[in-house]
Design a protein around this ligand. Structure first.
Ligand code: FO1
Length: 328
């Protein structure tokens, strides 16, 4: 638990920092973006899913958040762009190329231009900031690090690079451990650490992303856990588990494989002392009663835009309640 007084950390007027993976996290990020003044939001995205594919640097979680905030995300898949065309993939298939990971024509432009700029010596942070500006995004979007970190999934069938596990093998292999290659020496994005130390920071939000695959890579960076613990703003997480099931993706399956009950309470226990508050779904009200920290019970499924806004408001209200209690 972040220690110390939390005067001047009320969310009204303060900034908000959200830690996010891809699809599930991006939904709450959009809600936060819509209910806050946009410039008050900074998002730190996982880059452990990044990989080199077809000679290009692909940053799936950064792009999912970026497309979502820009209003150009594909709502059916959750990843990639809306109104996408697939000429490139068809042509690639005809040439016998690799097609297990699908890059739409519009999305391809992002990877080509990002890769060109990286090769020219620009950092992932600079490139992301420029892409976001060009897409009209007023919030900050930060890769967790400009140094390479690659999630490796240890399974009963061997060690799989993240996208091999997630896309090629559809999360089927049984997970035994998860490692973040490069994390021990990667430098957290300096703007991320600056945001945590900013006296105007009103809340840190852990989005309902997969704790093991999407949030742990961020927490694995040197100094991040210490900076979160020292941060004066309350840290509130939203449970990605609803009624014993993951909203999307393999969170519940992985919890079972790692000998953890697939419950919201187990997610809170996993984040442990980092948390100042926890948001759970109405289906998990029973779990909420057993938790020894401030909890908000609400609808966490985000089918509509209204749902995203509603959950964002609940998260901010809980952070404000925690700040107010600390001032008393
Ligand atoms: N996910 C899939 O299940 N299949 C794909 O072919 C696929 C392509 C893809 C292309 C660009 C991109 O940014 C994301 C893409 N994703 C695809 C999603 C991605 O693999 C995962 O959702 C994230 O890495 C997990 O957050």
């Amino acid at each position: 638990m972040a220690a110390g007084p939390r005067a001047d950390t009320r969310t009204k007027g303060g900034s908000v920092l959200a830690l996010s993976g891809g699809i599930g996290g991006a939904k709450l990020v959009l809600g936060l973006y819509r209910v806050l003044a946009p410039h008050r939001l900074t998002v730190v995205a996982n880059t452990g899913d990044d990989f080199e594919h077809l000679g290009l640097h692909v940053s799936p979680d950064l792009d999912t958040v970026m497309y979502t905030l820009a209003g150009v995300a594909n709502r059916d898949t959750g990843w990639g762009r809306a109104d996408e065309t697939w000429s490139f993939m068809r042509a690639l298939e005809n040439l016998g190329g690799e097609t297990w990971f699908r890059l739409g024509d519009g999305d391809l432009a992002t990877h080509v231009e990002r890769s060109r700029r990286l090769a020219a010596g620009r950092s992932l942070s600079e490139i992301t900031a420029d892409f976001c500006a060009r897409l009209g995004i007023a919030a900050g979007l930060l890769p967790m690090s400009d140094d390479p970190v690659r999630t490796l999934v240890h399974t009963r069938e061997g060690v799989l690079p993240f996208q091999q596990y997630f896309v090629a093998r559809r999360c089927e292999p049984v997970v035994t451990a998860i490692a973040f290659d490069g994390a021990a020496t990667a430098r957290p994005n300096p703007a991320f650490l600056d945001a945590l130390a900013d006296p105007a920071l009103a809340a840190v939000v852990i989005c309902p992303s997969n704790p093991f695959l999407s949030i742990d890579p961020i927490l694995a960076l040197p100094g991040v856990r210490a900076a979160l613990a020292a941060c004066r703003a309350p840290l509130v997480a939203v449970s990605p588990i609803v009624g014993g099931r993951a909203i999307k993706g393999p969170t519940a399956k992985i919890m079972g494989e790692l000998a953890m009950p697939a419950t919201a309470a187990a997610v809170a226990g996993y984040y442990g002392a980092l948390l100042d508050g926890f948001v759970v779904d109405e289906a998990d009200a029973g779990d909420a009663a057993r938790l020894e920290l401030p909890v908000s019970v609400t609808r966490t499924l985000m089918a509509s835009l209204d749902d995203r806004d509603g959950l964002a408001r609940q998260v901010l209200a809980l952070a404000e309640r925690i700040s107010a209690a600390a001032e008393d």
